[in-house]
Design a protein around this ligand. Structure first.
Ligand code: ATP
Ligand code: TZP
Ligand code: MG
Ligand code: MG
Length: 268
C-alpha cells in the first residue's frame, strides 16, 4: 500500500458513493453523517432491530460504535453484524470507552466474539482493554500509557484474527503479519469530539470499495490525516470550532494529489 494506491482508493470512494450503515453514538451522529457525505460516501443511521439486518445486507459496510451503548442497541448491533457477515459486508468496530466501565469492556469483547469484524479501530487504551491488556483510560479518551503501541496493534490483530488500527499521534495498522505506521494528523483532532468515531466510519467507506481490510484502513487513515492537516492550516489558530468545520470542508476537497504529496505512511 503506497500513496498512489491510496489516491486511487479515494477516487473509488467518490465514484462509487458507497452506502455506509452506522449504528453509532448520540454524540457524533450528525458529525459522522456529514463527514461521510463530505468525503463522497452515503451515510445511513439505522438502529431498530426490526430493520438493521435488512439495512446491513444492502450496505457497502457496517460500522458499529458503542459510544453511548444500551442493551437494545447492542442487541441491534449483533443482529446487524451477523447479517452483514452473512452477505459479505465488511464490519468495522469502534470500542469507544472500552475499559472505562466493565459493561463497555464486556460488551466490546462479546461483539468481537459474536461478529466477524474486519477492522477494529480504537485508541491504545480501548484496544488494549479489548484484548485484556492494562492501559490507562479516562472516559472515552486514551490515557498517556507507556506501552508499545506497535506491539499492541500486532498482538491484538493476532489474538483477534482481524485488522487492528490503533490511533493516536502515530497510527499503527496491522493484520498481525503486515504492519503500517502513519504519521499524518494534527493534535487539534483530540479537541473535537467524534474525530475518532468519524475516522472509524471513514474506514467503513474505504472498506466498501477495497476488498483488503488492511489496505482500506491504511487508505482511510492517511486520507483523513492529510485532510486534517489541510484543515488545521486553513483554520490556523481559530480554535476547535473552526477546525471542525474546516475538517468537513477538507474531507470534501482533499485530492489524490494531496495524498501523494503529504501522505506519511511506512511499512514497518
Ligand atoms: P481519543 O478519545 O483518545 O482522542 P479517538 O477515538 O478520538 O481517541 P484518536 O486516536 O484521537 O481517536 O484518532 C482520531 C484521529 O486523530 C486520527 O486520525 C489520529 O491520527 C489523530 N490524532 C490523535 N492524536 C493525535 C496527535 N497527538 N497528533 C496528531 N494526530 C493525532
Ligand atoms: N461520550 C460518549 S461517546 C463520545 C463521548 C464524548 C464521543 C467519543 O468520540 P471520539 O471520536 O472517540 O473522540
Ligand atoms: Mg479523539
Ligand atoms: Mg474514540
Amino acid at each position: 500500500m503506497n500513496q498512489q494506491m491510496i489516491a486511487k482508493a479515494l477516487e473509488q470512494v467518490r465514484k462509487t458513493n458507497p452506502l455506509v450503515h452506522n449504528i453509532t453514538n448520540v454524540v457524533v451522529t450528525n458529525f459522522t453523517a456529514n463527514g461521510l457525505l463530505a468525503l463522497g460516501a452515503s451515510p445511513v443511521m439505522a438502529y431498530a432491530k426490526q430493520e438493521v439486518e435488512d439495512m446491513a445486507r444492502i450496505a457497502g459496510a457496517l460500522v458499529l460504535n458503542i459510544g453511548t451503548l444500551n442493551e437494545t442497541e447492542v442487541e441491534a448491533m449483533k443482529l446487524a453484524g451477523k447479517a452483514a457477515n452473512g452477505h459479505g459486508v465488511p464490519v468495522i468496530f469502534d470500542p469507544v470507552g472500552a475499559g472505562a466501565t466493565p459493561y463497555r469492556t464486556l460488551t466490546a469483547r462479546s461483539i468481537m466474539e459474536e461478529v466477524n469484524v474486519s477492522v477494529l479501530r480504537g485508541n491504545a487504551a480501548e484496544v488494549a482493554q479489548v484484548v485484556g491488556h492494562h492501559w490507562e483510560i479516562k472516559g472515552v479518551d486514551a490515557g498517556e500509557g507507556n506501552g508499545n503501541v506497535t506491539q499492541l496493534a500486532i498482538e491484538a490483530a493476532r489474538q483477534l484474527g482481524t485488522v487492528v488500527a490503533v490511533t493516536g499521534k502515530t497510527d499503527i495498522i496491522s493484520d498481525g503479519t503486515t504492519t503500517y505506521a502513519c504519521q499524518n494528523g494534527e493534535a487539534i483532532l483530540t479537541r473535537v469530539t467524534g474525530t475518532g468515531c468519524l475516522l472509524t466510519s471513514v474506514i467503513g467507506a474505504f472498506a466498501a470499495v477495497l476488498n483488503n481490510p488492511l489496505e482500506a484502513a491504511v487508505a482511510a487513515i492517511v486520507t483523513y490525516g492529510v485532510a486534517a492537516e489541510l484543515a488545521a492550516k486553513e483554520s490556523a489558530d481559530q480554535g476547535p470550532g473552526s477546525f471542525q468545520i474546516a475538517l468537513l470542508n477538507k474531507l470534501a476537497q482533499v485530492t489524490g494529489e494531496d495524498v501523494v504529496r503529504l501522505g506519511r505512511v511506512e511499512l514497518l
